[in-house]
Design a binder for this molecule. Sequence first.
Ligand SMILES: Cc1cc2nc3c(=O)[nH]c(=O)nc-3n(C[C@H](O)[C@H](O)[C@H](O)COP(=O)(O)OP(=O)(O)OC[C@H]3O[C@@H](n4cnc5c(N)ncnc54)[C@H](O)[C@@H]3O)c2cc1C
Length: 396
Amino acid sequence: MRDFLLDAYDRAFREEVRAFLARELAPRAAAIEDDDDWSAVEAVVAALGAAGYLRLMFADLYRGSLARPGLTHATILSEEASALSYAFETTIATALSCAYPLHRHARDSVRDRYLPGIVDGRIVGAICVTEQDAGSDTSRLSTRIEFDAARHEWVVNGRKRYISNAGVADTYIVYGVTDTAAAPGNGLSVVVVPRGTAGLSFPRRYTFMGRRGCVVGEVAFDACRVPADHLLGTEGAGMRIMREMFNFERIILGGSGLGVARSAFDIAVAHAQRREAFGAKLGTKELIWNDIAEMSWRIDAAELLTYRAAKLYDAGTAPRELMKPAAMAKLVATETATFCADRTVQILGGDGLTKEHGRAEQIYRDARALPIVGGTSEIVRYLIASADLPTIKPAL
Ligand SMILES: Cc1cc2nc3c(=O)[nH]c(=O)nc-3n(C[C@H](O)[C@H](O)[C@H](O)COP(=O)(O)OP(=O)(O)OC[C@H]3O[C@@H](n4cnc5c(N)ncnc54)[C@H](O)[C@@H]3O)c2cc1C
């Protein structure tokens, strides 16, 4: 079933990018995990940019060998990178999520200033949505974005938490409230805040149970001023831009989940065929083969849903119609990743818990973030059901 929805041209791209990552990422993956080595992350981001792989999403900017680049290829990149290092992949996934609204909604002057550095891999970007009191419920955002007509500038005040690439990014896409009188969620707008802006600071960096080597922290905006043209889209368009961005991000996350699930599965399969217990290989035991079978069908299901969503995106599906397939891809692929990571550790027994026997324990720690980031499993279930129950507005 592998790659069922991909054509020969997509598969050739997978081989190309796999060879590239084996050369550029694999030798640095241990430094990223063990030494929290940001310079190793930067080196791979730069190599990806130089090779043109961060432009895959943008047909007008792309200059590589693909005739029809798109989200399918960015998802393949996400899957292949996550199979080697999910922590690393989060850095480029975030940079691409930042590039996406810049490409689509920025005025030319702003797009030309901030986008090339990201797609060339010279800098990374960050997306700033989440706050202390506004996680899943983005209608509770309290960051204020106000227009100072006298100086023709936007002024940003607020504090964001759990922001990937905080402090290491050069470009921050910031969601905040411009119209406090609007219904919750309707008065949101988005501005670009570059590093170096007075009042922009990074009060803390978090330590997570996994994803070592990637940077996640707080971002504070204390009367940060940016020129009027730094608004993305129109005033009040924040929710629509966010919805589009999350569709994109959730399909990329489908690829991440798949890559993580696949790498766990490969470890479990090898171990079940090698390890002996009670006079036979572990893989002959019914309880173990049941686990292997369940991982296997879940991975296939995740793959089909993820590449269906990517292909729908590339075919130009409207954001509203894409919401459900993107949510399904994210839900199934990320839950598959945690399932496979958990069962792999179990199949390895003690070997699954120590760093001395390979990556199972790292994958287990890394995978746990997947059903939380980019819309939790609960929230994406709501999105799926809301498409199926259009006459009902559930109380979330
Ligand atoms: C490693 C990491 C990186 C991140 N990177 C970024 C980033 O770059 N930019 C950014 O803006 N954010 C980022 N986030 C934040 C992430 O998007 C949020 O953590 C996520 O949206 C959930 O918000 P929360 O943590 O506040 O949990 P909450 O929203 O408080 O939810 C807590 C739990 O309650 C559940 N829940 C909430 N509402 C309901 C409901 N109505 N019904 C049932 N269950 C419900 C949730 O599903 C969850 O299980 C990151 C988070 C992590 C962990």
